[in-house]
Design a protein around this ligand. Structure first.
Ligand code: PGA
Length: 251
């Protein structure tokens, strides 16, 4: 059975002490979660070492929000995958729509980043999702299928064991406007079909696909009840430990 994951994307929020306090609260409250639900937090780079320390002894995973597309060297301001591993990360988010939109993240770069992350032993949470114009033009399946293929078709079935997909419709991120459970489920089912066409039914069936975009305690239950939705990538609601845990309890 595939893993159920609830990951908190803190984005550019919290100072280091605030982040450490939040991580400690999440770790303490995570004790009551069912064993098949994995919790992950993704703080900013500056917080990783301290948050790793705060999470020690807990079952909460640690993710970066991005990584460099180069191994090391003269790339001012970038953070390499080896650095993330040495800071205590076991995951990195890649291809978040905010990175695609504001920082010119392309599918080509994402292929490089994913290769580096996997070779360093990190698991990847790859984000895909259409924007409002694309949704209104009825192109959402096409866009998500295209993004999924452009990155993941460069990898093997073996690699897919360490890749999680997050479907995040851009129009639902931070807007309070969640995709309905049906809208999310039909895209998740489509992604699984795309994976099956390349890697076979078993790999498609084993891949965790998360939903992200204004997911909160009040709508998580309905979303997570869908057959192809295996958890969530949570932005705003992951900044409050109680909400984040309540979402994880929604399975
Ligand atoms: P949101 O963000 O939950 O605040 O909508 C989700 C995300 O961008 O990962």
């Amino acid at each position: 059975m595939r893993k159920q994951i609830v990951a908190g994307n803190w984005k550019m929020n919290t100072t280091v002490p605030e982040g450490v306090a939040l991580a400690k609260e999440v770790a303490a409250k995570a004790k009551n979660l069912p064993a098949n639900v994995e919790l992950v937090v993704a703080p900013p780079f500056t917080h990783l070492c301290s948050v790793a320390e705060a999470l020690k002894g807990s079952c909460v995973g640690l993710s970066a929000q991005n990584c460099a597309d180069k191994e090391k060297g003269a790339y001012t301001g970038e953070v390499a995958v080896d650095m993330l591993v040495s800071a205590g990360c076991n995951y990195t988010i890649l291809g978040h729509s905010e990175r695609r939109q504001y920082y010119g993240e392309t599918d080509e770069k994402l292929v490089e980043k994913t290769k580096l992350a996997l070779s360093a032993g990190l698991k990847v949470i790859l984000c895909v999702g259409e924007n409002l114009d694309e949704r209104e033009a009825g192109k959402h399946f096409e866009i998500v299928e295209g993004q999924t293929k452009a990155v993941l078709f460069n990898f093997t079935a073996e690699d897919m064991k360490n890749i999680v997909i997050a479907y995040e419709p851009v129009w639902a991120i931070g807007t309070g406007k969640t995709a309905t459970a049906e809208q999310a489920e039909e895209i998740h089912a489509c992604i699984r079909k795309v994976l099956a066409s390349k890697f076979g039914a078993q790999v498609a069936d084993d891949t965790t696909i998360l939903y992200g975009g204004s997911c909160k305690p009040s709508n998580a239950k309905e979303l997570f009840a869908q057959p192809d939705i295996d958890g969530g990538l949570i932005g705003g609601a992951s900044l409050k430990a109680d909400d984040f845990i309540a979402i994880a309890l929604a399975f």
